[in-house]
Design a protein around this ligand. Structure first.
Ligand code: GLN
Length: 549
């Protein structure tokens, strides 16, 4: 559709936009702020959706290292997206699709593909209007499709980054297209406390705002990212120095528990003031009771359950952020603190049986997460073997299920060299292999089984009881599958394939019959766990682990 037609359509809508940018440095928690604003609005009765604009040139984060970029989050429709979409879905209890994840790479690709297809009719193609229009078109189409009260947009990166420019220009133009009061620009910026000077400093934030001004923008609201409450003096300084409405300067305080942010922002009247800014005559109050209850639960839990997350990436939680959040929510549901020990799988490979026993001595449950390539695989197998032999709760996710299968094949079926063809193409016992139709695919990126698939559950199985349903829908991100050739052999020895994608007869869940909780899923249940509603599998896993205390 023509951009002018889109503008006219959006103008007629009720939808309002709030765009959040970050100032001074990264890791301020823009995603959490966006979610927090979303919670306040949603709990006031408004409908909300979210978009992430990522300035990087990758088309999607699917091919980026999890250590650099964190987890790849997958939506129902199979888009590989930024981990922030996980925060939005978990905290806001909403479902997003590929339209919520936009990168510079996608925008440039769209424009350049258009050029090759002759869409630009011989004209020269420019950043303004062509690239910026591509961004606006996506925003307006999103707005028309979702038709919600508020669309929240997070711009990744930090103001001043070169690649952010096209998105800021889009924001500037949207304000012109729709009118200034249809889009609020909220800037989250660091105000560091200097211990040696006993002072909170506003200068870096002032510079960040100057950078925005150079792009023709001024923040409508300012959130000061701070470890300590700021004073009126500080806020006045920013009001006078940067010309930001005094009523719309807030603290974004460092807190212990994420939900405390929602309450703190509400106490600062963020919700009311945002609504007023948009000209809403009778601003509504947010009903935050369930969040208040959750904070109470979270701060009164006493017991601790130790979970070993046997992983490839150690040093940052970001590669496993959804799993960590799912475990935490399950802890809340079970009224127990979850202490997660991220264990480097490779370390286990070199250990003796005795030191492995010592190592897992205080552990109440083992989780083997998803992963790609062979690094650490043998260590993960060691962990699975320990869990099986010692009746320790084990949850295997994606690769974690494949590991459980390989371990079982080697130890119980006596197929000593069994493995996945991902790790050894010529293995004699390929208990895990590529789906037939994908055998010819050698291009990385976008070739996986991605997104939601239906899974039928065996009624009397463990998962059948845990879910309490006969059909579930879960999200996937993998290439390899259980090899049905071995199915009978496994079943004879006590493996139950309790979840099947019937259409293609693919194993989705395996569980060991004579084990209290040894379950592997080919899908990723963590993607659907919510902050306030823990996922049934994680909930049961933590329940079983708690019994080990
Ligand atoms: N590497 C495995 C596969 O592609 C598992 C993927 C995953 O754990 N996400 O099937």
């Amino acid at each position: 559709m023509e951009i002018l037609t889109l503008i006219e359509k959006v103008k007629k809508q009720k939808t309002k936009f709030i765009v959040v940018t970050g100032g001074v440095c990264s890791s301020l928690g823009k995603g959490i702020l966006v979610s927090a604003i979303g919670v306040l609005l949603k709990k006031s009765g408004y409908s909300v959706s979210v978009i992430k604009w990522d300035p990087y040139l990758n088309v999607d984060p699917g091919t980026m290292s999890p250590l650099v970029h964190g987890e790849v989050f997958v939506t129902d429709d199979g888009a590989e997206t930024d981990l922030d979409l996980g925060h939005y879905e978990r905290i806001l209890d909403i479902r997003l699709t590929k339209e919520s994840s936009v990168s510079s790479g996608q925008i440039y690709q769209e424009v350049l593909d258009g050029e090759r297809e002759g869409k630009y009719l011989g004209k020269d193609i420019q950043m303004v209007p062509d690239v910026v229009n591509a961004i606006k078109r996506r925003l307006y189409n999103f707005s028309i499709k979702k038709d919600v009260d508020f669309v929240l947009v997070e711009i990744g990166g930090t103001i001043g980054d070169m690649e952010i420019g096209i998105f800021l220009e889009a924001v500037r133009q949207v304000k012109i297209d729709l009118g200034n009061q249809r889009l609020m620009l909220a800037h989250l910026s660091l105000v560091p406390y200097l211990k040696w000077a006993h002072e909170i400093k506003t200068k870096p934030t002032q510079h960040s705002i100057y950078s925005l001004r150079r792009m023709g923008l001024a923040p409508d609201a300012l959130f000061l990212r701070t470890d300590y409450k700021t004073t009126d003096k500080i806020k006045n300084k920013l009001f006078v120095g940067c010309g930001i409405n005094r009523d719309l300067i807030f603290d974004a305080l460092t807190v212990k528990l994420i939900p405390e942010i929602f309450l703190d922002l509400d106490e600062q009247d963020v919700n009311f003031r945002i609504q007023k800014w948009f000209g809403i005559q009778k601003p509504k109050k947010a009903k935050l009771l369930e969040w208040k209850k959750l904070i109470k639960t979270m701060s009164s839990k006493k017991d601790i359950v130790n979970i070993a997350l046997v992983a490839k990436y150690v040093g940052s939680n970001d590669p496993y952020i959804s799993i960590i959040n799912a475990l935490m929510s399950a802890g809340n549901s079970n009224n127990v603190n979850v202490n997660i020990e991220v264990v480097e799988a490779e370390k286990l490979e070199k250990m003796t049986a005795l030191s492995i026993k010592k190592f897992f001595a205080g552990v109440h449950g083992i989780l083997v997460p998803g992963g790609f390539d062979s690094r650490g695989v043998e260590g993960k197998i060691v962990a699975a073997r320990y869990a099986r032999k010692n009746n320790l709760p084990y949850l295997g996710i994606c690769l974690g299920m494949q590991i459980m299968i390989i371990e079982f094949a080697r130890s119980i079926l006596d197929l000593k060299t069994a493995t996945s063809t991902e790790f050894n193409k010529k293995t004699r016992y390929p208990v895990i292999g590529l789906i037939e139709e994908q055998k010819s695919i050698d291009k990385k990126g976008g070739t996986m089984r991605l997104g939601v698939y239906k899974c039928s559950l065996l009624k009397d199985s463990k998962v059948g009881k845990i879910y309490g349903k006969s059909e579930i829908f879960e999200r996937h991100r993998h290439r390899y599958e259980f090899n049905n050739f071995y199915k009978k052999q496994f079943e004879k020895k006590g493996m139950v394939f309790s979840g099947i994608y019937k259409k293609e007869n693919l194993v989705e869940i395996s569980e060991i019959k004579d084990h209290p909780f040894m379950i592997g899923t080919q899908f990723h249940p963590e993607y659907l766990s919510k902050f306030l509603k823990s996922h049934p599998l994680f909930k049961e896993f933590i329940k079983r682990a708690k019994e080990q205390i």
